[in-house]
Design a protein around this ligand. Structure first.
Ligand SMILES: N[C@@H](CCC(=O)N[C@@H](CS)C(=O)NCC(=O)O)C(=O)O
Length: 239
């Protein structure tokens, strides 16, 4: 296997998608932490012109990550990496369903989550917008309904797939930061909200699903709550 170097950040839910995929396939790779508040000057010109994590350097010579080789191929975008990584290790994980219909369902699940949960998450955590709680409740409902329709253990399959890997980093950050009131909304607005939603039987299937996801070894190995809460504290203090 050509060399793999992942440029990533513990705080970033998009980057955790790629880290989960690498853990699921058991890849041998170099992990390079990018400090998002002080990115190295070489990162955008030499790795990702969009200056975002995650990005994967594939192939080329075996160089230190902070001296990226122009010979490696640099691939950004978490959903592209979530597809690519299991394809590089085809027999090593269940991430890409073999049945094309199940794969299509996984993609639709991710699309729906991206259009519902992620905007609601941003509206509540980063903007404290009025009505964001209702959007988040609606997003939880969407996940519940989608899983009910399939009737599988995980999102679209009895196996852990890209659908699950794509969503768990966002659900985990929402749960953590809302409960700690580490959001733009004034305390105790979000801790109250998350306590209510957790106590409401209607949302139990959602939390049962989340319990399964956070029990996954690939999630546990790529989850750094202290880094996430401390970055949120710094961000809020700076505002
Ligand atoms: N669409 C990209 C989004 C990646 C993204 O927004 N990453 C954030 C961190 S979570 C980032 O690197 N932002 C650049 C910055 O903070 O300067 C993906 O799915 O990979």
């Amino acid at each position: 296997m050509p060399q793999l170097t992942l440029y990533t950040a513990k705080v970033c839910p998009f980057a955790q998608r790629a880290e989960i995929a690498l853990a699921e396939v058991g890849a041998d790779f170099k992990r390079y932490e990018i400090d998002l508040s002080n990115k190295p000057e070489w990162y955008a010109p030499q790795v990702n012109p969009a200056s975002k994590v995650p990005a994967l350097a594939y192939g080329g010579p075996d160089v230190p990550p902070d001296e990226p080789s122009p010979e490696s191929i640099k691939i950004p975008e978490s959903l592209v990496l979530l597809q690519l990584i299991p394809e590089l290790f085809p027999e090593s994980s269940t991430l890409i369903p073999k049945d094309p219909i199940v794969l299509a369902k996984a993609r639709l699940f991710i699309e729906s989550f991206s259009n519902t949960f992620i905007p609601a998450y941003i509206a509540l955590l980063f903007r404290g917008e009025e009505g964001a709680e209702d959007k988040l409740r609606a997003a939880l409902d969407t996940v519940i309904q989608a899983r009910k329709l399939e009737g599988k253990k995980y999102a679209v399959s009895d196996e852990f797939t890209i659908a699950d890997a794509a969503v768990v980093p966002f659900i985990a950050r929402a749960e953590l930061l809302l409960a700690e009131d580490l959001t733009k909304a004034e305390a105790p607005r979000t801790s109250k909200f998350i306590a209510e939603v957790k106590a409401d039987a209607k949302y139990k299937p959602f939390w049962d699903y989340f319990d399964l996801l956070k029990d996954r070894e690939s999630f546990k190995a790529t989850w750094w709550p202290d880094a996430i809460t401390s970055a949120a504290r710094s961000r809020l203090a700076a505002q």
